[in-house]
Design a protein around this ligand. Structure first.
Ligand code: ADP
Ligand code: MG
Length: 578
């Protein structure tokens, strides 16, 4: 292998990396030694950006300086202001990716340039493009984007290659829900159908619990969040822990923080059990059922034809979900791999497939387009033209990559131009679908109505759509420039954003100067006497510890202390020559 392609699960709540090494997918720990990096970004008062566990910590006391769950806003124009600095969801995601990139580079001691990034199957074209941009901003070449449940299936498929069965992957993460139906036979993994919702996840279960607790106290979530943000932030942490505890215990407890987010000695305690929780979350469970039903319907399989139910995503640990799966499919779900890790592991299997690694040379995988793609057409009813109808070109759950063409005609005599609007969705009328962009086709030869033009849709393995149109008579070709795409970022704006992100001060551990100082001191440890050695080692320990705290002040103090010890030992360290 000449270059490593890292597999990244860029999650709403947590992100993970894996690489394919020595014939196996392997997770890569971050700088804190954890596999999970919280997808949280924070901005400190001195404008330092922090990512992951320290940002999650900061969020408890300073929620307004931190952003999380921004994956939900990918592909939109939503902006977030953190400590006076404005960020787009793409920029926030790129900061998480950049932090992961550094972790992998530190761990493998090599520069990484290529990544496979996973996205929810239900991510639309805009969301996928936004994810790709985030990868590019972080300095990656995005070798492939694959659907999260497909990645999960790849992990299972890799370890169970010769099986012959129908699987369903149920992936409930922090913010998204995906269902994928697939078949494995003789090393071939065929995705049959997929369905999901990108605004439904484990965080909604926490939210409902928070709402229910606040309601008991006579408060409403939305207004309480505005009035008492600290109280709500702390209560959300409490509810999240209580929700998680139900995976292992019969009941759990929620302490009620005061308006300032502090637990008074007399803080009220509420107890919650499986029954209460299931009742509170009933509407969410109803919503979860729909995509499961749709995936089965599209795949023309009934629940009893499913040989294995695979659970993926942290929120599938909830007993309420497990009992639903068991009841619906009439069998115990399958949890051979940690639901948190299986997507990242599969992304690295995909990386091995791209890299033609010998360990996967007998594996083949096919994926599908998760939604219908088409254009707006006008229909004629009794001599009257009515526009706004959706004409599919690529039907949902078509195996990809796919390229399909359809012929359309001008409506009026003398018409020289057609404005072709492109949509994604399942509805008959375009207004109920998502508009992806429009293509202006100009220069039709003057003539009667009914001039033909061909429209070709090409949907690639990354799930990105290309649209082209050709006027039959002249052979003139047009390719789609998506309006949404233009609205979000131009090439120049990306370059500008990349520059801006590079200039953002990062975590102290990323600073080469600090790393250099540690290396220098470590070298000195071997050169001084035993007593001095102990002093120096202690000072290095304090400094290293301070580097992973997110407090500027502590870090500065530790640095000063280390410099002082160095000079007291008569060691000269030339700071300007660093
Ligand atoms: P994502 O892929 O969106 O980052 P994850 O797969 O990491 O999400 O899942 C995160 C979600 O799982 C969160 O909503 C979290 O509260 C929930 N979760 C994690 N562990 C548990 C547990 N033991 N019980 C219930 N929910 C859990
Ligand atoms: Mg996930």
């Amino acid at each position: 292998m000449t270059h490593t392609i890292v597999g990244i699960d860029l999650g709403t709540t947590n992100s993970l990396c894996a690489v394919f090494k020595d014939g196996q997918p392997q997770l890569v720990p971050n700088v804190h030694g954890d596999f999970l990096t919280p997808s949280v970004v924070g901005v400190m008062d001195d404008q330092q950006v922090i990512v992951g566990a320290p940002a999650k910590e900061l969020r408890v006391t300073h929620p307004q300086k931190c952003s999380s769950c921004f994956k939900r806003w990918m592909g939109t124009d939503q902006k977030v202001v953190l400590n006076g600095k404005e960020f787009t969801p793409v920029e926030l995601s790129s900061l998480v990716l950049k932090s992961l990139k550094q972790d992998v580079e530190n761990h493998l001691r090599e520069n990484i340039h290529h990544a496979v990034i996973t996205v929810p199957a239900y991510f639309n074209d805009n969301q996928r493009k936004a994810t790709k941009r985030a990868g590019e901003m972080a300095g990656f070449r995005v070798a492939r984007m694959i659907n999260e449940p497909t990645a999960a299936a790849l992990t299972y498929g890799f370890h169970d290659r010769q099986a012959e069965k129908n699987l369903i992957v149920i992936d409930l993460g922090g913010g998204t829900f995906d269902v994928t139906l697939m078949e494995i036979f003789e090393g071939t993994l065929e995705i049959i159908s997929t369905a999901g919702e990108c605004m439904l996840g484990g965080e909604d279960f926490t939210d409902r619990l928070v709402s229910a607790v606040l309601k008991k106290e006579g408060m409403q979530l939305e207004s309480a969040e505005l009035k008492y943000p600290l109280q709500v932030a702390r209560l959300r942490e409490e509810c999240d822990s209580a929700k998680r505890a139900l995976a292992d215990f019969e009941k759990s407890e929620i302490r009620m923080p005061n308006h300032d987010g502090v637990f008074d000695p007399s803080a009220k305690k509420l107890s919650i059990n499986h029954e209460n929780f299931a009742a509170i979350c009933k509407p969410l469970m109803e919503r979860l059922k729909k995509p499961v039903e749709r995936a089965l319907r599209d795949g023309q399989l009934s629940p009893d034809k499913i040989d294995e139910v695979i659970l993926v995503g942290g929120a599938t640990r909830m007993p309420v979900l497990r009992s639903f799966a068991k009841e619906y499919f009439g069998r115990e779900p399958h949890i051979k791999f940690d639901p948190d890790q299986v997507v990242a592991l599969g992304a690295s299997v995909q990386a091995a497939l791209i890299d033609d690694d010998d360990a996967v040379d007998d594996m083949v995988m096919t994926d599908v387009c998760p939604f219908t793609l088409g254009v707006e057409i006008t229909k004629e009813f009794g001599g009257r033209f009515t526009s706004g109808f959706f004409s599919p070109i690529i039907h949902r759950n078509t195996t990809i990559p796919v390229s399909k063409e359809d012929t359309f005609y001008t409506l009026h005599s003398g018409q020289t131009e057609v404005n072709l609007r492109v949509f994604q969705g399942e509805a008959r009328k375009v207004d109920d679908n998502l508009e992806l962009g429009e293509l202006s086709i100009t220069g039709f030869p003057i003539g009667p109505a009914g001039q033909p033009f061909r429209v070709r849709f090409t949907y690639d393995l990354n799930g990105i759509l290309e649209v082209e149109a050709i006027i039959e008579e002249t052979g003139k070709r047009f390719a789609l420039v998506l309006t949404q795409h233009a609205k979000s970022l131009t090439e120049a704006e990306i370059a500008e954003a990349v520059k801006r992100m590079q200039s953002i001060k990062f975590y102290p551990r990323d600073d080469l100067k600090n790393q250099r100082l540690v290396l220098f001191c470590e070298r000195m440890v071997g050169e001084v006497g035993p007593f001095e050695r102990q002093q120096l080692e202690e000072a290095i320990d304090i400094f290293e510890h301070a580097m992973s705290s997110n407090e500027r002040e502590i870090f500065e103090k530790a640095r000063q202390h280390l410099m002082m010890i160095l000079s007291s030992l008569g060691i000269e360290y030339d700071q300007h020559n660093e």
